[in-house]
Design a protein around this ligand. Structure first.
Ligand code: UGA
Length: 484
């Protein structure tokens, strides 16, 4: 039994709210605690982290996924993805009975007061986002729900998807079906730091059509807004608390905020990469330049690291989808096309360095350090490293690779690569070491030891993780980006 306490109707769309503005409370009368029942559809990176963190924050969460093997693994206590802290919070939520998994989507849909849609929206060949999974979930919700629900899209989607979702829910609902409210709640979680990002967000954006949806979402996020959770990441020593902005917008704006943010960060990276190319030609140091740029508050120092460019399942597809969306409404977003082009050319630039250093690639023993698209994840989707490995193999190199988390996934793609848990064994006899992912363990490699193992002391660093002078002092031929 739950009491719904509405304290006024002060949530306005298009405003900012602090924790003190809370207007409604759902009281779990049996425990005397605030908690909500939430359904999460899709147990990928977004869904699993979202579900686990909501459960850790005190809500009751039921997760479902179309992949029944994934559900079976979760039910057996396994975690199908690597994300720091996730296994621990899933374990404690499970022990406390606050999270459960079912392969029966109907059961999950009926369980929640609010339903978070966290399914994939992969790119089609045209760059447009494929929204068929969202359409499928809309049909399931419309046919399986027995009571009215707040349906929240968390998957990254093009603007106007929320409105289409609302239309689909209405179209798939039968006579006398319960009513659905739709909201957009984009996530800004980064893989590798997603759990910390969830508990310490800069902003929470909710796109809604009515104040009750905003109030319900504010209640869902109340533990985060009030900082009333026990932080599973920092163990009581959280970074200095800043005010979390709770932004209530229209659904279209919320959807656009997500795409606009990701595309801007991608643009920043490509900008830094062009500066790096310029530095090489002019004889400047990209790190000195971007560091000084970043000290200007208006620019900010993050996402200005030059190198192999961005990868992952978010930036590449989101930039493409944003270009596609803009074109479809007649807006020319040329600068995003340039962002994409610069990013693609990073691999060419890397290969120029490889060819210049190795001369002939065929038959060379090359050690690839890093396969994940960035550090602290096992995710290899659209990882620049994969393109590097593909080209090395095409040119006849003998590829030895090491990555702390991503090798299992890479093995299925490139069975001909020699994989090594220990990076030093990958480096034994190597003609060159190529750094493709900025793992901390690679930063800490003992290059004196590695140098004794390698056939040739050559390092081509695609992530600028070593100091050129130190590497040269150790007797290495060392190449990186923008640090001539
Ligand atoms: C990104 C956004 O940062 C998140 O806010 C967003 O929620 C997420 O996409 C998403 O849409 O789900 P993520 O893909 O996990 O998060 O990775 P980032 O940390 O943003 O890095 C993306 C890529 O850019 C990586 O390949 C990274 O190596 C590269 N990068 C990043 C650079 O090349 N230079 C930089 O300075 C920063």
């Amino acid at each position: 039994m739950r009491d719904f306490v509405l304290r006024g109707d002060s949530v306005k769309i298009g405003g900012r709210y602090s924790a003190a503005d809370l207007v409604c409370a759902f009281r779990n009368s049996s425990k005397g605690e605030f908690s909500l029942r939430l359904s999460v559809i899709g147990c990928g990176y977004v869904g699993l982290v979202t579900g686990a963190c909501f459960a850790e924050a005190g809500h009751e969460v039921v997760c479902t996924d179309i992949d029944s093997e994934r559900i079976a693994k979760l039910n057996a206590g396994g975690v199908p993805i690597y994300e720091e802290h996730l296994d621990r919070i899933l374990g404690s939520a499970r022990k406390a009975g606050r999270i459960s998994y079912t392969a029966d989507a109907g059961e999950a849909i009926r369980a929640g007061d609010a339903i978070f849609i966290c399914v994939g929206t992969p790119p089609k060949d045209s760059g447009e986002a494929d929204l068929s999974a969202i359409d499928h979930v809309a049909r399931q919700i419309a046919t399986e729900a027995r009571t009215s629900k707040l349906v929240v899209e968390k998957s990254t989607v093009p603007a106007r998807t929320g409105l289409e979702l609302k239309r689909a829910l209405a179209a798939y609902s039968g006579k006398g079906s319960p009513k659905f409210r739709v909201a957009s709640n984009p996530e800004f979680l980064r893989e590798g730091t997603a759990v910390g990002d969830f508990f310490h967000p800069d902003r929470i954006v909710v796109g809604v059509e009515d104040s009750s949806s905003a109030a319900e979402l504010q209640e869902i996020y109340r533990p985060i807004l009030e900082k009333s959770f026990h932080c599973p990441v920092h163990n009581g020593a959280c970074p200095p608390a800043h005010r979390v902005e709770f932004l209530v917008t229209t659904i279209n704006s919320a959807e656009l905020i997500k795409h606009a943010s990701n595309s801007f960060l991608a643009l920043k990276i490509s900008y830094a990469n062009v500066i790096a190319d310029l530095c090489e030609k002019i004889g400047a140091n990209v790190e000195e330049v971007t560091h000084a740029m970043g000290l200007d508050d208006r620019i900010g120092g993050q996402f200005l690291k030059a190198g192999l460019g961005y990868g992952g399942f978010c930036f590449p597809k989101d930039v493409q989808a944003f270009i596609h969306l803009s074109a479809s409404v007649g807006v020319d977003f040329d600068m995003l096309k340039a962002t994409e082009r610069v990013n693609r050319q990073r691999i060419d630039r890397f290969f120029e360095k490889i060819r210049q250093a190795l001369w002939v690639v065929k038959g060379k023993h090359v050690a690839v350090l890093g396969l994940a698209f960035k550090a602290n994840t096992d995710d290899i989707r659209f990882a620049p490293a994969l393109e590097v490995v593909k080209r090395l193999l095409a040119e006849g190199a003998v590829v030895h690779a090491s990555d702390p988390e991503a090798m299992t996934r890479a093995k299925t793609l490139f069975p001909q690569v020699h994989y090594h848990e220990d990076p030093y064994t990958a480096l034994r006899g190597a003609d060159a070491a190529l750094v493709c992912t900025e793992w901390d363990s690679f930063r800490k490699l003992d290059w004196d030891r590695a140098g004794e193992l390698m056939a040739r002391k050559l390092v081509i660093d695609g992530r600028n993780i070593y100091a050129p002078q130190t590497m040269r002092e150790k007797g290495f031929e060392y190449y990186s980006f923008g640090r001539s």
